[in-house]
Design a protein around this ligand. Sequence first.
Ligand code: PXG
Length: 292
Amino acid sequence: MKIWLNGKIVPEEEAKVSVFDHGLLYGDGVFEGIRSYNGRVFKLKEHLERLYRSAKAIMLEIPLSLNELEGAIIKTLRANNLKDAYIRVVVTRGDGDLGLDPAKCPSPTIFIITSKIQLYPNPKELYEKGLSLVTVATRRNDIEALNPAIKSLNYLNNILAKIEATNSGALEAIMLNRDGYLVECTGDNIFIAKEEILCTPPLSIGILEGITRNVVIGLAQSFKIQVKEPLLTRYDLYNSEEVFLTGTAAEIIPVTKIDGRTIADGKVGSLTKRLMAGFKRLVNSQGKKYAL
Ligand code: PXG
């Protein structure tokens, strides 16, 4: 595997960062997870714009323009001969001293990893039957502490939730905020459907503005399905007709059981199926083209 590291394509074995990198010492940095499908990078601009917004929020200046970073991603995909890929772009605060102060870090570390997408084990069964999930005790970061809109390298909050899910035998954790309202999962946004209305938690509650979430909202609107962003509780989850998650890695994945409660009849719902089919059409027809 070839890695893009600070402007150079290097073999994986040579792609090393310093133990003084504040990305490692403090989780001080930002990242993106992007996908390409059959030689087209899906929603590349949207992902990069979010990366620059995350960086701005933590006062980290990315020393490359958006177009230069786009070029670096395409170069990495070519170097690895990948038509279908998962792309991880990471920008850290860079090397500093052992103190917290980011002013001691003169230049950010940037790297791009492109690899084959890693799916859940037995994906076919999961996408046809749906996931069985749990809500967890670990609350999503408070919006006033570390805003979940920032896709930062500090994912410990979500990792703690993931550990809880794993301990309960579930593949993902549904997270609530301090007030007990539904926010998102550890690496996915969440949607519920009831009476032909699609609902998802509002951005203002403290969630990542998922690129897939936005695509799904647009798709639903193009299908003339009403989309709302109300405050939602666990009660709303248990009593919905359909539940699904959205994320770059998982795309749209149905959920048929939550905290031991079967959602409706326990089968993947019709609205979820329509959106999954619509999403598949989009990823195969849109995106920044690149030749290998
Ligand atoms: N919420 C959170 C907290 C996320 O980390 C999403 C929602 C979905 O956003 P997109 O833009 O992908 O639709 C994410 C996605 C993984 C993984 O292994 C996923 C994410 C980060 C790290 C790993 O699935 N982010």
